[in-house]
Design a protein around this ligand. Structure first.
Ligand code: FA5
Length: 367
């Protein structure tokens, strides 16, 4: 900031003659202020400068206050000059503020400059776990056939997991489900608690809540105290299905499950039903699909049978209907419980069920 243009009129008006000390002080304050102002580069520094020279207790303001000790004539001349200096400092400050602001904006623009020729940064996209994908596909297939999705607790009472399913205590059929028990009982100390071994407890829970017609599927996690191998995990998903109404027959069960297999695997895949025993259905069956690896010839994956079992099913046992207050002479129904891991293995040709739970990104990224 140049101060030459100011000095000339200041001296020319003869201040030295009227009040030399005060005029000298004003000039010194002005020179010092303008000199300091030149080195300031930030808004904070400018504000400190303003307070130092122009603030209520600033240096120039103190000079102005001392004008009162001069004679009236001196006060008029020196006061006018002091006001001129004040105006000069204010104007210089405004200019300096403008410059600081401009260079801040220029700096920002420099920082934010975009080089459109640089290659973009790739965005890492997540994906659904293959089991989430297959669960959704399975649910979609049944929803399209008129089923409704419900969910239930993974920590369950013995009552629902076994008793209401026609598996009383000490019944040998309990050995079919190696159970993980929880060290907790109900208030009366009678009901043991467990991690549900299948999604079938939701059959009873659903019928307790709903009146026929019932058509539900129940996706969810199950737990068994079992050794793992290529087709067995100790925790796995199941999707339970239940349809109850008057007049439902075994033909409905077969038709529904054939249609499900066709939707998931296509029309070419072979399906096999065999008699099986589950205490809560009569008659009971299991359904298998021909092995994806050996095309039914027999291999390690299908334990040399050529088939991989994907579900258990059957007509709901009259005792189960009675247990939830349905009249078995009026209502009949079918139920099934299928294993999504095994279905995903068959569909995608996965050789070991444990891959689903090993968190290996090389495996997961293939889906
Ligand atoms: C049951 O759990 C019965 N609740 C199914 C059922 C429901 C039958 C309704 C009749 C009426 P099972 O133990 O077979 O049945 O299991 C059903 C399916 O779950 C099997 O076909 C298989 O696909 C899957 N599964 C069973 N155990 C395992 C395991 N350890 N690891 C992975 N999948 C399993």
């Amino acid at each position: 900031m140049k101060s030459e243009g100011f000095r000339q009129p200041f001296i020319a008006q003869g201040l030295y003659m009227t009040s030399p000390d005060l005029a000298q002080t004003i000039q010194e304050v002005r020179d010092k202020a303008l000199e300091e102002l030149q080195g300031l580069a930030s808004e904070e520094e400018l504000e400190s400068w303003r307070i130092l020279y122009l603030g209520r207790r600033g240096r120039l303001t103190s000079v102005l206050r001392s004008l009162g000790s001069l004679s009236q004539e001196e006060r008029r001349v020196v006061g006018a000059q002091a006001n001129q200096v004040k105006a000069l400092l204010e104007e210089s400050l405004a200019q300096a503020e403008g410059q600081v602001k401009e260079s801040r904006i220029a700096g920002l623009a420099q920082e934010e400059q975009i080089d459109v020729t640089r290659p973009g940064r790739s965005v890492a996209l997540g994906r659904f776990h293959p089991l989430t994908q297959i669960l959704r596909e399975i649910c979609d297939a049944f929803v399209a056939m008129g089923f409704q999705i419900v969910e239930g607790p993974e920590v369950e009472w013995d009552h629902y997991n076994f008793e209401l399913l026609n598996i009383p205590r000490d019944h040998p059929a309990r050995d079919m489900w190696n159970t993980l028990w929880i060290d907790y009982r109900d208030e009366k100390g009678e009901q043991p608690m467990l991690l549900r071994t299948h999604t079938s407890p939701m059959q009873a829970r659903t019928m307790e809540r709903m009146k026929p017609p019932v058509r539900v599927i129940v996706p969810g996690k199950c737990y068994r105290y079992e050794a793992t191998d290529a087709t067995h995990e100790w925790h796995f998903y199941q999707v339970e299905g239940l349809a109850v109404d008057d007049g439902i027959t075994f033909a409905d069960l077969k038709g529904t499950l054939y249609e499900f297999a066709r939707r998931i695997f296509g029309a070419d895949r072979r399906v096999r039903f065999r008699c099986d025993y589950f205490p809560f259905v009569e008659p009971g069956v299991d359904m298998s699909i021909d092995c994806f690896a050996c095309k039914g010839q027999g291999c390690r994956i299908c334990q040399e049978t050529g088939w991989i079992e994907i579900l258990g099913a059957g007509m709901v046992h009259p005792k189960v209907l009675e247990g939830v207050g349905y009249d078995p002479s009026v209502y009949t129904g079918f139920a099934f419980g299928l294993g999504p891991e095994r279905i995903a293995m068959l569909k995608y040709g996965i050789e070991d069920i444990r891959l689903f739970y090993s968190n290996d990104l090389r495996f997961l990224r293939q889906f």
